[in-house]
Design a protein around this ligand. Structure first.
Ligand code: ADP
Length: 224
Protein backbone atom coordinates (compact mmCIF):
# COMPACT_ATOMS: atom_id res chain seq x y z
CA UNK A 1 0.00 0.00 0.00
CA UNK A 2 2.96 2.34 0.54
CA UNK A 3 4.02 1.89 -3.07
CA UNK A 4 0.48 2.21 -4.36
CA UNK A 5 0.07 5.44 -2.40
CA UNK A 6 2.72 7.01 -4.65
CA UNK A 7 0.56 6.33 -7.72
CA UNK A 8 -2.21 8.57 -6.49
CA UNK A 9 -0.88 12.01 -7.42
CA UNK A 10 0.40 11.23 -10.94
CA UNK A 11 -2.79 9.34 -11.66
CA UNK A 12 -4.96 12.23 -10.56
CA UNK A 13 -2.99 14.57 -12.81
CA UNK A 14 -3.34 12.21 -15.79
CA UNK A 15 -7.08 11.82 -15.23
CA UNK A 16 -7.47 15.57 -15.00
CA UNK A 17 -5.75 16.14 -18.36
CA UNK A 18 -7.69 13.30 -20.01
CA UNK A 19 -10.88 15.01 -18.88
CA UNK A 20 -9.72 18.33 -20.31
CA UNK A 21 -8.84 16.69 -23.63
CA UNK A 22 -12.18 14.89 -23.75
CA UNK A 23 -14.02 18.18 -23.25
CA UNK A 24 -11.95 20.26 -25.63
CA UNK A 25 -11.18 17.82 -28.42
CA UNK A 26 -14.36 15.77 -28.60
CA UNK A 27 -15.73 17.65 -31.64
CA UNK A 28 -12.56 17.48 -33.68
CA UNK A 29 -11.77 13.76 -33.19
CA UNK A 30 -12.78 11.07 -35.67
CA UNK A 31 -14.68 8.03 -34.31
CA UNK A 32 -11.54 5.92 -33.99
CA UNK A 33 -9.71 8.62 -32.06
CA UNK A 34 -12.79 9.08 -29.88
CA UNK A 35 -12.80 5.41 -28.99
CA UNK A 36 -9.05 5.67 -28.14
CA UNK A 37 -9.92 8.56 -25.85
CA UNK A 38 -12.72 6.55 -24.19
CA UNK A 39 -10.37 3.62 -23.68
CA UNK A 40 -7.73 5.86 -22.15
CA UNK A 41 -10.27 7.41 -19.80
CA UNK A 42 -11.80 4.05 -18.80
CA UNK A 43 -8.33 2.57 -18.19
CA UNK A 44 -7.25 5.52 -16.04
CA UNK A 45 -10.47 5.11 -14.07
CA UNK A 46 -9.79 1.39 -13.65
CA UNK A 47 -6.29 2.13 -12.35
CA UNK A 48 -7.68 4.71 -9.91
CA UNK A 49 -10.21 2.13 -8.65
CA UNK A 50 -7.37 -0.37 -8.15
CA UNK A 51 -5.32 2.18 -6.16
CA UNK A 52 -8.33 3.03 -4.05
CA UNK A 53 -9.11 -0.65 -3.35
CA UNK A 54 -5.57 -1.34 -2.14
CA UNK A 55 -5.49 1.75 0.08
CA UNK A 56 -8.90 0.94 1.57
CA UNK A 57 -8.00 -2.68 2.26
CA UNK A 58 -4.94 -1.39 4.14
CA UNK A 59 -7.29 0.86 6.15
CA UNK A 60 -9.57 -2.07 6.96
CA UNK A 61 -6.55 -4.09 8.13
CA UNK A 62 -5.40 -1.27 10.38
CA UNK A 63 -8.90 -0.76 11.71
CA UNK A 64 -8.74 2.73 10.28
CA UNK A 65 -11.56 2.77 7.72
CA UNK A 66 -13.66 5.68 8.92
CA UNK A 67 -17.15 6.18 7.56
CA UNK A 68 -19.17 9.36 7.82
CA UNK A 69 -22.81 8.38 7.49
CA UNK A 70 -24.99 11.17 6.13
CA UNK A 71 -28.52 11.49 4.84
CA UNK A 72 -28.33 10.87 1.09
CA UNK A 73 -30.87 10.65 -1.72
CA UNK A 74 -30.39 7.01 -2.76
CA UNK A 75 -31.39 7.51 -6.37
CA UNK A 76 -28.71 10.18 -6.83
CA UNK A 77 -26.10 7.97 -5.15
CA UNK A 78 -26.88 5.14 -7.59
CA UNK A 79 -27.10 7.47 -10.58
CA UNK A 80 -23.76 9.09 -9.69
CA UNK A 81 -21.93 5.77 -9.31
CA UNK A 82 -23.49 4.30 -12.47
CA UNK A 83 -22.65 7.38 -14.51
CA UNK A 84 -18.99 6.82 -13.62
CA UNK A 85 -19.18 3.18 -14.71
CA UNK A 86 -21.12 3.78 -17.93
CA UNK A 87 -18.02 4.49 -19.98
CA UNK A 88 -16.35 1.34 -18.75
CA UNK A 89 -19.46 -0.66 -19.65
CA UNK A 90 -19.58 0.96 -23.08
CA UNK A 91 -15.95 0.13 -23.81
CA UNK A 92 -16.94 -3.52 -23.14
CA UNK A 93 -20.09 -3.26 -25.31
CA UNK A 94 -22.44 -3.43 -22.35
CA UNK A 95 -25.18 -1.26 -20.94
CA UNK A 96 -26.21 -0.55 -17.36
CA UNK A 97 -29.97 -0.65 -16.88
CA UNK A 98 -31.23 1.12 -13.75
CA UNK A 99 -34.44 0.11 -12.06
CA UNK A 100 -34.84 2.19 -8.90
CA UNK A 101 -38.20 2.26 -7.10
CA UNK A 102 -40.00 5.60 -7.04
CA UNK A 103 -40.08 7.55 -3.76
CA UNK A 104 -37.21 5.71 -2.10
CA UNK A 105 -36.50 6.95 1.43
CA UNK A 106 -33.16 8.66 2.07
CA UNK A 107 -30.27 6.43 3.12
CA UNK A 108 -27.72 6.77 5.94
CA UNK A 109 -24.48 6.15 4.05
CA UNK A 110 -20.92 7.27 3.47
CA UNK A 111 -21.27 8.19 -0.19
CA UNK A 112 -17.62 7.75 -1.15
CA UNK A 113 -17.49 4.26 0.35
CA UNK A 114 -20.79 3.25 -1.24
CA UNK A 115 -19.41 4.41 -4.60
CA UNK A 116 -16.53 1.97 -4.02
CA UNK A 117 -18.99 -0.85 -3.36
CA UNK A 118 -21.04 -0.08 -6.47
CA UNK A 119 -17.87 0.36 -8.55
CA UNK A 120 -16.54 -3.02 -7.50
CA UNK A 121 -19.82 -4.87 -8.01
CA UNK A 122 -20.53 -3.27 -11.40
CA UNK A 123 -16.91 -3.71 -12.48
CA UNK A 124 -17.16 -7.43 -11.65
CA UNK A 125 -20.45 -7.74 -13.53
CA UNK A 126 -18.72 -6.20 -16.58
CA UNK A 127 -15.54 -8.30 -16.21
CA UNK A 128 -17.26 -11.63 -15.71
CA UNK A 129 -19.80 -11.25 -18.54
CA UNK A 130 -18.35 -12.13 -21.92
CA UNK A 131 -21.48 -11.39 -23.94
CA UNK A 132 -23.12 -8.00 -24.51
CA UNK A 133 -26.01 -8.72 -22.10
CA UNK A 134 -27.24 -5.75 -20.03
CA UNK A 135 -26.25 -5.34 -16.40
CA UNK A 136 -29.24 -4.57 -14.21
CA UNK A 137 -29.04 -2.40 -11.09
CA UNK A 138 -32.19 -2.50 -8.94
CA UNK A 139 -33.08 -0.75 -5.69
CA UNK A 140 -36.07 -1.24 -3.45
CA UNK A 141 -37.04 -1.17 0.23
CA UNK A 142 -37.07 -4.58 1.88
CA UNK A 143 -37.28 -5.60 5.54
CA UNK A 144 -36.78 -2.02 6.71
CA UNK A 145 -33.54 -1.52 4.73
CA UNK A 146 -32.64 -0.17 1.30
CA UNK A 147 -31.70 -3.14 -0.84
CA UNK A 148 -29.72 -2.90 -4.07
CA UNK A 149 -28.88 -5.72 -6.45
CA UNK A 150 -26.54 -5.93 -9.44
CA UNK A 151 -27.44 -8.73 -11.83
CA UNK A 152 -25.42 -10.05 -14.75
CA UNK A 153 -25.86 -12.91 -17.17
CA UNK A 154 -22.18 -13.75 -17.13
CA UNK A 155 -20.00 -16.73 -16.28
CA UNK A 156 -21.50 -17.26 -12.79
CA UNK A 157 -19.75 -18.97 -9.90
CA UNK A 158 -19.50 -22.68 -9.13
CA UNK A 159 -21.73 -23.54 -6.15
CA UNK A 160 -18.86 -24.96 -4.07
CA UNK A 161 -16.88 -21.71 -4.46
CA UNK A 162 -19.63 -19.21 -3.64
CA UNK A 163 -18.95 -19.28 0.10
CA UNK A 164 -15.40 -17.99 -0.47
CA UNK A 165 -15.88 -15.05 -2.82
CA UNK A 166 -15.88 -12.44 -0.02
CA UNK A 167 -12.61 -13.74 1.44
CA UNK A 168 -9.48 -11.65 1.14
CA UNK A 169 -7.40 -12.42 -2.01
CA UNK A 170 -9.88 -15.11 -3.05
CA UNK A 171 -10.31 -15.55 -6.81
CA UNK A 172 -12.44 -18.37 -8.21
CA UNK A 173 -10.06 -20.69 -10.01
CA UNK A 174 -11.87 -20.94 -13.34
CA UNK A 175 -11.33 -17.24 -14.13
CA UNK A 176 -8.05 -16.59 -12.34
CA UNK A 177 -5.75 -16.69 -15.32
CA UNK A 178 -7.89 -15.16 -18.02
CA UNK A 179 -9.39 -12.16 -16.17
CA UNK A 180 -7.29 -9.65 -14.24
CA UNK A 181 -8.00 -8.89 -10.60
CA UNK A 182 -6.70 -8.93 -7.04
CA UNK A 183 -9.39 -10.79 -5.11
CA UNK A 184 -9.78 -7.75 -2.87
CA UNK A 185 -12.89 -6.09 -4.30
CA UNK A 186 -15.56 -8.22 -2.63
CA UNK A 187 -13.59 -8.38 0.63
CA UNK A 188 -13.64 -4.59 0.71
CA UNK A 189 -17.33 -4.40 -0.28
CA UNK A 190 -18.22 -6.64 2.63
CA UNK A 191 -16.14 -4.62 5.11
CA UNK A 192 -17.82 -1.39 3.98
CA UNK A 193 -21.37 -2.79 4.05
CA UNK A 194 -20.91 -4.48 7.43
CA UNK A 195 -19.58 -1.18 8.81
CA UNK A 196 -22.82 0.45 7.61
CA UNK A 197 -24.82 -2.15 9.56
CA UNK A 198 -25.99 -3.80 6.34
CA UNK A 199 -25.67 -7.20 4.67
CA UNK A 200 -24.07 -8.33 1.43
CA UNK A 201 -24.79 -11.58 -0.37
CA UNK A 202 -24.61 -13.37 -3.72
CA UNK A 203 -26.78 -15.77 -5.69
CA UNK A 204 -25.11 -17.34 -8.67
CA UNK A 205 -25.28 -20.25 -11.10
CA UNK A 206 -22.35 -21.30 -13.19
CA UNK A 207 -22.75 -20.26 -16.87
CA UNK A 208 -26.01 -18.43 -16.10
CA UNK A 209 -24.97 -15.34 -14.16
CA UNK A 210 -24.85 -13.76 -10.76
CA UNK A 211 -26.78 -11.36 -8.56
CA UNK A 212 -24.86 -9.52 -5.87
CA UNK A 213 -27.03 -7.67 -3.36
CA UNK A 214 -26.43 -5.42 -0.39
CA UNK A 215 -28.50 -3.46 2.11
CA UNK A 216 -27.94 -0.11 3.81
CA UNK A 217 -30.00 1.60 6.53
CA UNK A 218 -32.88 3.96 5.87
CA UNK A 219 -31.89 7.33 7.34
CA UNK A 220 -35.09 7.69 9.43
CA UNK A 221 -34.41 4.39 11.25
CA UNK A 222 -30.93 5.37 12.50
CA UNK A 223 -31.30 9.15 12.68
CA UNK A 224 -31.17 9.24 16.49
P1 ADP B 1 -11.33 -9.97 -8.45
O1 ADP B 1 -12.46 -9.66 -9.38
O2 ADP B 1 -10.30 -8.91 -8.39
O3 ADP B 1 -10.76 -11.34 -8.67
P2 ADP B 1 -13.26 -9.86 -6.26
O4 ADP B 1 -13.01 -9.87 -4.79
O5 ADP B 1 -13.99 -8.69 -6.82
O6 ADP B 1 -11.86 -10.03 -6.93
O7 ADP B 1 -14.06 -11.18 -6.62
C1 ADP B 1 -13.61 -12.44 -6.11
C2 ADP B 1 -13.96 -13.56 -7.09
O8 ADP B 1 -15.38 -13.73 -7.14
C3 ADP B 1 -13.55 -13.26 -8.51
O9 ADP B 1 -12.21 -13.66 -8.76
C4 ADP B 1 -14.55 -14.07 -9.34
O10 ADP B 1 -14.09 -15.40 -9.48
C5 ADP B 1 -15.78 -14.09 -8.47
N1 ADP B 1 -16.76 -13.08 -8.94
C6 ADP B 1 -16.97 -11.85 -8.44
N2 ADP B 1 -17.96 -11.20 -9.10
C7 ADP B 1 -18.41 -12.07 -10.04
C8 ADP B 1 -19.44 -12.01 -11.05
N3 ADP B 1 -20.22 -10.93 -11.21
N4 ADP B 1 -19.60 -13.12 -11.84
C9 ADP B 1 -18.82 -14.21 -11.67
N5 ADP B 1 -17.84 -14.32 -10.75
C10 ADP B 1 -17.63 -13.27 -9.94
Amino acid sequence: SLAVHELRTPLTIMRGYIEVFEDELSKSLNPEQQSFMHNMSASAQQLAAFVSNILNVARVEENALYLKLKEENWESVINGACKDMELRAKVHNKKLVLNIDKDMPTAAVDKVSIYEVLNNLIDNAIKYTHTDEDIIVKSTVKDGMIETTITDKGVGIQSNLIAHVFDKFYRAHQSKNSIGGTGLGLYLCRAIIVAHGGNIWVQSKEDQGSTFGFSVPIYETVKD
